[in-house]
Design a binder for this molecule. Structure first.
Ligand SMILES: Cc1cc2nc3c(=O)[nH]c(=O)nc-3n(C[C@H](O)[C@H](O)[C@H](O)COP(=O)(O)OP(=O)(O)OC[C@H]3O[C@@H](n4cnc5c(N)ncnc54)[C@H](O)[C@@H]3O)c2cc1C
Length: 360
């Protein structure tokens, strides 16, 4: 089939690649560039954190998200077989800590977590020695924590590059700096005119708002720092009364530090207040961050629907994927699988809303 996809961020690229693997002819249109610098996917920490997220999101999300690490392992294996890229997947879990004064916040988090997911063997309580064993550089003052062994993170920028290269090598048509103003059944409207496809697919994230008014943006501010003096092996979360800071390691001594969450669609630069709060919390975890260089500070909107869960809407000739909110990397493999099944006529997948015309 001839498939036109509007939006080549996380969902557009992943879906496009999987459709290409199945023999479909894929054309991708994006308002931005081939690195996806305008997307939420580009700035994200790309943590796969079903446990931490279960505290605020429901059981459905936990059930799906729990499979994310193994789903990505398989996808990245396929990717390395069809391209020169090896994308790093860190599957060594995450560590949750709190300063002594904020112990109650850690205890409350632990209670809420167990209430949400039950007694799960992936949740391990840590004492001072246990923290030191996993993360030897965390200061000795952290005396209580959790190890969420079923969590991980991936190198998202390498992933976006690899998906671009594999799509290009496989013959997909890639149109950069080409905004799509409207996505209709079998049609994409671009500045050059209307193009027709067997299926038109909308993966524009917040850019889909013009056609799907329920889509909203949730602003997130995040910093990328280079810190050669720090060696953390896995994502670290700091429980704090006002914010939950996370520090996610990436290749090349990079740590991603985030993130704020604000009900706003502003993508204006990071504010002084947010930057101060993120950086002071960061420095309180490890003094080695004092000499870190800030290599990027970003504000982007997480594309979200009213219930903060994704939706795959399918109707004749039109597929719309959106609402990945703060769980894009966690849920993308399942959402993409549901979308592919829907194109094949199976509309029973997770998060699918079916509006196909029933023909007898
Ligand atoms: C600060 C921050 C931290 C995050 N951390 C995590 C995390 O740790 N773990 C996790 O699982 N998720 C995380 N996320 C969420 C994740 O990044 C998103 O859920 C995910 O990127 C959404 O994927 P998407 O493809 O729907 O949208 P995007 O990745 O935003 O891609 C949308 C694409 O559509 C393009 N586009 C927009 N309008 C148009 C148009 N009119 N025409 C053509 N193209 C258009 C854009 O240029 C973009 O490339 C984070 C998000 C933010 C902002």
């Amino acid at each position: 089939m001839k498939v036109g996809i509007a939006g080549a961020g996380l969902l557009g690229r992943l879906l496009g690649w999987q459709l290409q693997r199945r023999g479909h002819q894929v054309t991708l249109f994006d308002a931005g560039d081939e690195l996806a610098t305008d997307s939420a996917a580009y700035v994200a920490a790309a943590m796969l954190a079903p446990y931490s997220e279960a505290v605020t999101s429901g059981a459905e999300l936990f059930g799906v998200g729990k499979q994310a690490v193994s789903q990505w392992r398989e996808l990245l294996q396929q990717l390395s077989e069809s391209s020169a890229h090896a994308v790093t997947l860190n599957d060594s879990g995450s560590v949750v800590i709190a300063h002594e004064l904020d112990r109650a916040n850690l205890q409350h988090f632990s209670q809420k977590l167990r209430a949400a997911v039950g007694d799960d063997s992936s949740i391990k309580t840590l004492d001072r020695a246990g923290i030191a064993e996993l993360e030897s550089e965390l200061p000795i003052r952290f005396s209580q924590g959790l190890w969420l062994a079923g969590e991980g993170c991936l190198d998202n920028r390498a992933l976006l590059r690899a998906l671009h290269d594999v799509l290009q090598a496989g013959g997909a048509e890639l149109r950069w700096h080409c905004p799509v103003s409207r996505v209709e059944a079998g049609k994409l409207n671009t500045p050059a005119g209307t193009e027709s496809f067997d299926w038109a697919i909308d993966c524009r994230g917040l850019g889909a708002k013009t056609d799907w008014p329920e889509v909203r943006g949730v602003r997130g501010e995040i910093l990328w720092v280079r810190a050669p003096e720090v060696q953390l092996g896995r994502p670290v979360r700091l429980m704090h009364p006002r914010y939950h800071l996370y520090i996610t390691p990436k290749p090349g001594d990079i740590y991603v530090v985030g993130a704020t969450e604000i009900e706003s669609e502003s993508q204006a630069p990071v504010t002084v207040r947010s930057q101060l709060e993120l950086l002071s919390a960061l420095y309180s975890v490890h003094s080695g961050f004092a000499e870190a260089q800030i290599v990027g500070s970003y504000a982007r909107c997480r594309p979200s629907l009213p219930d903060n869960l994704p939706q795959v809407q399918v109707s004749d000739g039109l597929l719309r994927l959106n609402g990945l909110y703060r769980h894009g990397y966690l849920l993308a493999p399942t959402v993409v699988e549901s979308a592919i099944n829907a194109l094949d006529g199976d509309v029973t997948g997770t998060f699918v809303q079916n509006a196909l015309t029933v023909t007898s």
